[in-house]
Design a protein around this ligand. Structure first.
Ligand SMILES: C[S@@+](CC[C@H](N)C(=O)[O-])C[C@H]1O[C@@H](n2cnc3c(N)ncnc32)[C@H](O)[C@@H]1O
Length: 307
């Protein structure tokens, strides 16, 4: 028999995992571009794309929640939150970086530096991925918001390797997988406006996606606020049937016990490249120290959920 407080806690988590779509999407990534979560996510993304590029066989990159592809750091949204100051700005100010972070920083500077030597623009995941595509590779980019999708389409215009869809990325995973070529990577990077319900939506999308394209790498970004809202998703990943391995990396700047702020974030990776946990371990501790600044208690974690 479970105790009453435990039963209440479980009921609260179940309730939080219901999909309740927001009446209107308020999310705009421009407020968050280049923040600590983007840095963490994009360094991992580059590592995964590097692993795919290690073999000459073509690959396909699928971005289910692509965003607009490029963000103006001098614009009103980025300046209002200043979130990039706690993210990319700290990385670019660091004196010494491990190779993966140095490579990421070089790419960001190459794209975003203005004539005065300031970082004016920050690239989103589709643009970082495009820089990694070779002639034989392909990309499928999905974005639901019309304005963001139009900006993304304009950015990718003329690149025959890339298709932009203005549509629901979850439904697209079911409809468009497996792509050609049949080697590749899916990035799932939702806004989590539906909070815990987003995990349920991810699970519902991953089930047919994995059935159709079982050997792809899937990288799923998630925010860390209250730990107990994440645990059921991690259990779900750990119980995936089939041959999939699952590793997760987490970066925590604050304790994971407050629903009111972004305390950290994680990336769950299904079918990671060989020894990807070791690749993560080469830079995640340095990044954690760098991004923590004066905040005590920052932590990172690399853990196999299934192997
Ligand atoms: C976190 S941002 C993506 C950032 C981008 N992946 C990057 O790293 O640069 C999430 C994006 O998903 C879009 N979005 C929200 N719900 C969506 C859905 N169901 N399908 C596709 N895109 C969606 C939002 O408009 C937003 O641009």
């Amino acid at each position: 028999m479970i105790s009453q407080p435990l039963a209440r806690q479980r009921a609260a988590v179940d309730n939080a995992r219901r999909i309740v779509p927001p009446a209107r999407m308020n999310y705009h990534h421009a407020f968050h571009a280049g923040n600590f979560a983007d840095v963490f996510k994009h360094v991992i993304l580059l590592g995964l794309l590097d692993a795919l590029r290690a073999k000459p066989a073509p690959f396909c990159y699928v971005d289910s929640h692509a965003g607009r592809g490029s963000y103006d750091l001098g614009g009103d949204a980025a300046q209002r939150t200043g979130e990039y100051l706690g993210g990319i700005d700290r990385v670019l100010r660091a004196e010494r970086l491990p190779p993966a972070l140095a490579d990421y920083a070089a790419r960001i500077l190459a794209y975003g530096m203005d004539a005065d030597g300031r970082l004016a623009r920050y690239p989103g995941s589709p643009l970082l991925a495009r820089e990694c595509l070779r002639a034989q590779d392909r990309a499928i980019l999905c974005e639901l918001q019309a304005e963001e999708a139009a900006a993304l389409r304009a950015l990718m215009h003329g690149d025959a390797r890339i298709v932009v869809h203005e549509r629901d990325g979850y439904a697209a995973l079911k409809a468009l997988l497996p792509p050609t070529p049949r080697r590749g990577l899916v990035l799932i990077d939702p806004p989590f406006e539906a909070q815990g319900g987003e995990f349920t939506a991810i699970e519902q999308a991953l089930t047919p996606a994995l059935a159709r394209w079982p050997n792809a790498i899937y990288a799923i970004w998630y925010p860390i606020k209250l730990r107990e809202t994440i645990v059921p998703f991690q259990r779900w990943l750990g119980a995936l049937t089939g041959a999939a391995d699952v590793v997760q990396a987490e970066l925590l700047l604050h304790p994971d016990n407050s629903p009111l702020r972004l305390n950290g974030c994680g990336m769950a990776i299904i079918n990671p490249p060989w020894q990807f946990d070791q690749a993560l371990a080469q830079w995640l501790p340095s990044l954690t120290t760098l991004l923590a600044g004066d905040a005590g208690g920052a932590r990172h974690r690399i853990e196999w959920l299934k192997r």
